[in-house]
Design a protein around this ligand. Sequence first.
Ligand code: SF4
Length: 62
Amino acid sequence: MEGGKPAGVRCVQLDAQNRCLLFASPLRPAVCGGLQPSSEMCGPSQAHAIRWLAALEQATSP
Ligand code: SF4
């Protein structure tokens, strides 16, 4: 996304099934590849993962 993706905003590169359209592309931002998933992050549901990411964004916001 031009200027970077703001926290809490759905990435424009997500398709209707929430898959990254840039996953295998060199255009995929390095920060995306640097965020390694874990069972703690993903949890049992999408709602859990969204809450975890929101907390991470809040904890690392300037
Ligand atoms: S991995 Fe990065 S580019 Fe792909 S959908 Fe997620 S935030 Fe967007």
